[in-house]
Write a protein that binds this ligand. Sequence first.
Ligand SMILES: [Zn+2]
Length: 279
Amino acid sequence: MTEQRRTALKELQKLDVSIEDARDKIRTFDPLFEEIEEPSLILEGELGTSRTRLKEMKLEARRLESSSDERRERIRKLEERLNSVRNLREESAVTTELEMVKRGLENDETEAMTLIDQVRKGEERVTELEAAFKEASDLVEPKKEALLADREQVRSELASLEKDRNGFTTAMDARELQIYQAIRGGGRRRAISELTEDGACGNCFGMVPLQHQNEVRHGDQLIRCEACGVILAAPEPVDEAALAEAAAAEAAEAEAAEAAVAEAAEAAAADSAGGDEEE
Ligand SMILES: [Zn+2]
């Protein structure tokens, strides 16, 4: 029996991990959007509050105005009546009322003056906030567009990974796939793991009984780790040729680096020698 390397399951797991990473990455965009929009949102809120307050002050100014008009009319009538009073008692009563209405008018006028000043300041504040809000919004747009483009890129990567996965799973052994899905369905990232060299589970590092190890390496049963439940796979055979190639490449790289250092030292020596001659 061939070694149970379960290549298809491992490939599927790689795809699934990439899919999860892409989904996680997409989620990280939400706080970024909030962050860039925050300054303009705050200004928008302040602008709303200032506009409401201004509107209220203007309404109050109008109310004062009509109250003053009424009082002026009342004063005019009382003054008229003062001309036709029949006795002192009546005169005194009209005068008292006249004084009272005049005091009311004075109060209205003082209040109106203060209010006019406040309305002017409120209008200035609204104009300032409108400009600041526009400036902040103009800054947000390009940042937002860049973020949207970045997110779109990750989304399309995700879509292509999901498409790959669909194509891949249709060609897979249905039972293996079902077990794999069930393990990952519990929210686990790893559903399959290779045996380590000394026969432990590569996920939880619990020792796997020898009989199970043999089954993983040589049998055709699907064996799961008794401790953590992952599907166990035989390790990939060590590719001696590839290892030798990698080692050779590393050695060549080290040699090249060494040569570069030597060359630089030589150049420095030549430089300082040249400098000596010039002096
Ligand atoms: Zn395990």
